[in-house]
Design a binder for this molecule. Sequence first.
Ligand SMILES: [Zn+2]
Ligand SMILES: [Zn+2]
Length: 370
Amino acid sequence: MSEKTLAAVKTGPSTTELRELDLPDIPADAALMKVEVAGVCGTDVSQYRLPLRGAPLIMGHENVGYLAKVGREFAARKGFKEGDLMFLEHYLPCGHCEWDHMGEYRHCAATEWFYDPKAIRYGYTAMDTAPGLWGGFSHYLYLPINAVLHKVANGLTAEEAGVATPMSNGIQWALMDGGVGYASTVLIQGPGQQGLCCAMASKQAGAARVILTGLSTDARRLEVAKSLGADDVINVQEEDALARVMEITAGRGVDVVIDCTVGAGTAPTLLGIEATKRRGGTMVVQGEGNQEFPSFPIGRLTRKGMTLKSARGHSYRAVELALYHLAARRFPLELMTTHRFRLSEVDYAIRSVGGQGAPGAIHVSVMPWT
Ligand SMILES: [Zn+2]
Ligand SMILES: [Zn+2]
């Protein structure tokens, strides 16, 4: 008789059931992860509502856990051993394209889940792709040889390391894509997990002024933001955001804008363009699948000599820096890691991130063994 694992399986739109599954045999070139923490983010909220694209699946793409079984070849090639605490990236790259050699797995064609139905991504891939354990809302995860793993530094708990996904996005978008550094002025729009992590990364990197915007419903998050790197917070529903930014920057505008307001329409982009300094500013924007932008003021960008970049995912290096950042404990992370849930509460955990479950959720963890 084979060993069993318990998993929260998405069986339809906004529907999850607990299922007992067989643990697969682990070949020499694979490993098995015992999941300690699976983070829940806004992407889970939007993905959870969608119909299945085929067979049921196990969601959970922000995973931290211990290596429970490690095949001989996997150990030899990767340098990890049983018992190691690891952060797992959700990409499963081809391993031989130019992007993979640069640690830019997010650009690898094999990870492009939106266009390639056969692409495997943790938290997105259906269970009929063997051996089916492709999500973190489960006791165990399957790791093929191309799994991208990072060792969790000494002293970091699994729950803290669970913040590595939004933190690596914050480092990627603010520092690497936006170019935030010493003395930068930064406008970050949207105080969710990504926005707060952009604020922490900017402050850690030496930014002179970090400004964060949100709505009236974000009051608690804007308060928390002041402890997580934000010098100024603006409620865009109650204040003239552009006037405040100009006042804070003595009329100059900011060096870098990072728009983390996915789904908020065109207003944040327009604010970002106006709030950017006269010449040479950069705006990093997280867009949405079919989002359109009629009358996009491209001329304003040209006149300002602005650079527009896309915020999407993170590089290998950004994750390493995120783990370093978290281990440094400069900011009170516990203000951000607000909720923990059991495997049987996955549905409620996702609803909480979507604002329809437990109140005050910022970073939410599913801890399958509690
Ligand atoms: Zn995520
Ligand atoms: Zn590749």
